[in-house]
Design a protein around this ligand. Sequence first.
Ligand code: ZN
Length: 234
Amino acid sequence: MACKRTWIRDHLSRDGNHLLVEVDPDYLKDRFNHQGILADVSEKVMKAHGTTHEAAMKIILDVRPPKNATQMEKDSAEFFYGMLHARWATTTMGIKQYREKWYNGYFGVCPKLRCGSNLIPIGPDSDPGLSKVKLYCYRCNDLFHCENSELDSAYFGPNLPQMLRMMSPKEPFSRVVYFTEKIKPHYIVDEYDQLVNPKNQVKRVASSIRPQISVNGAGLGNLCRKPESGSEEL
Ligand SMILES: [Zn+2]
């Protein structure tokens, strides 16, 4: 039997929304879960979404078709789904969904040389409008930019990786896939915290404390750390 088409599934299938999981409609309907959702937002966010909560929820729950809604109401639907998603993600069911995806490497692997552990989304800021979603490596304890998603950090929150770890105490959180030519890092961060394209990357920093390791002529292992003061670029 074909899956029923819903606003939520359409939303998740859009580019960049693959980091989200499907929130249970019953959770979205429960008004208790909406308590204080706009309590700490900025004036700008309040102005954009403060009056469209009801209309947005009707769109999310397929009570009202999006084609009959204004652009502001459609934007609010994405916003409120994201904010409720952050709460859902740390519930037992949300963690279960994230655990399965993380375990299978759905969110990608750590680009650091000799790591390759599976990554998980994290939102460094729990307030909307401050930053974008990042990806976290349990093994390196590092955050990476996600080049294929512009979702707001607040749609995930800062506690997701820790909750997953707490609720899966027997899980080996350093799943290691050693770097091979088959693993292509598609998002790496240079020493100025800028996203760089690994195809164009050249040798950068030969740190005095870390040996320079080259793979196929590119020193990818040094790109995720800021250089020590006084170190020289090659
Ligand atoms: Zn790593």
